[in-house]
Ligand binder design. Structure first.
Ligand code: AHM
Ligand code: MG
Length: 332
């Protein structure tokens, strides 16, 4: 069987990153190295994820994280793996993680970059062997290197991201990222231990006929969201909801569609976190020709006011997101 040869002669993630290094105006190789550090941690988490059912690491560990949600063992493992990779790499001075209440100050004042990360998103899907993901955003620190990090280094709007990406641990594992020059996707070839360029220059369909939202909370939505989803049904669109943001987003990016996590009676600002969930996917969406808003404004223009703040999220095909937004604005 020579089918794997198509990959082995293809472009690896490492080679691709190196070839794109000149895209950065301040290219010194550090951002490239940082992306490679993330890819390495992703391989390790992929390995742990694949054997989660075997090695007794799936399931709750008994702690709750800062949002009061149950932390799964694999979340903790992923957090440790990514934090360690980013610490050892030396390019990063601070990390914001879904799994840590406070900013992680790496005490590395020469590090130029700040990373916001959800190490393992969709954790309720771990135990039932359904796709999960990692989401990351990379910023340059604002204050000069050599000085202690400050809160403003971390609280930057999404428009300041220099790179962002996600890893989808799905039927195959993929890493998708952007540095602001389009979006490229890489598929992991486990037997070779490499990510290969499989989805060059990803472009989202402008329109679609898939909507992804947790319909169980229909009665708690704002009028505009209800009317938009009713319209989707009148048009006989397909409803698809995995409950793993990365997986739902990835499908809609490839096939066309909209993902919505609206404000609900219980969660007026929705559930998803601005700094390490919404911003990264918004950057990728826009780079692929799609759109991301909170219903009123562009996600990447929101000035964060706290580390773990939440935002309603409408993300996906441009036409669909614009229409959903117009429904919301009509009734308010
Ligand atoms: P998590 O960060 O605790 O895993 O929560 C985020 C996840 C998203 O992946 C997913 O889209 C959403 O929560 C599903 O929430 P709900 O079950 O309320 O529909
Ligand atoms: Mg999450």
């Amino acid at each position: 069987d020579t089918s794997h040869l198509a990959y082995s002669v293809g472009v690896t993630l490492d080679r691709f990153i190196k070839s794109k290094q000149d895209d950065f105006p301040y290219a010194s190789g550090e951002l490239s190295q940082l992306l490679r550090d993330i890819a390495l941690a992703a391989k390790i988490v992929n390995r742990e994820t694949n054997r989660a059912g075997l090695s007794n690491i799936a399931g709750a560990i008994g702690n709750t994280n800062v949002q009061g949600e149950e932390q799964q063992k694999l979340d903790v493992i992923a957090n440790v793996r990514f934090t360690r990779a980013l610490t050892k790499g030396g390019e990063v001075c601070a990390i914001v993680s879904e799994e840590d209440d406070e900013i992680i100050d790496l005490q590395n004042s020469s590090g130029k970059y700040v990373v916001a990360i959800d190490p393992l998103d969709g954790s309720s899907n771990i135990d039932v062997n359904i796709s999960i993901g990692t989401i990351f955003s990379i910023y340059r620190r604002i204050t000069p290197t050599g000085s202690p990090i400050q809160i403003e280094d971390v609280m930057q709007p999404g428009s300041q991201q220099v790179a962002a990406g996600y890893v989808l641990y799905g039927s195959s594992t993929m890493l998708v990222y952007t540095t602001g020059h389009g979006v490229n996707g890489f598929t992991y070839e486990a037997s070779l231990g490499e990510f290969f360029l499989s989805h060059p220059n990803m472009c989202a369909p402008k329109d679609g006929n898939v909507y992804s939202i947790n319909e169980g909370t229909y009665l708690d939505w704002e009028e505009g969201v209800r009317r938009y989803i009713d319209t989707c049904k009148e048009r006989r669109y397909s409803g698809r909801y995995i409950g793993s943001l990365v997986a739902d987003f990835h499908r809609n990016l490839l096939k066309g569609g909209i993902y919505i996590y609206p404000s609900t009676a219980k969660n007026p600002k929705g559930k998803l976190r601005l700094l390490y969930e919404a911003n990264a996917l918004a950057f990728i969406a826009e780079q692929a020709g799609a759109k991301a808003t909170n219903g009123m404004m562009r996600i990447m223009d929101i000035m964060p006011s706290s580390l773990h703040e939440r935002t309603p999220l409408f993300i996906g095909s441009e036409t669909m997101v614009a229409e959903a937004e117009s429904f919301l604005q009509e009734v308010t």
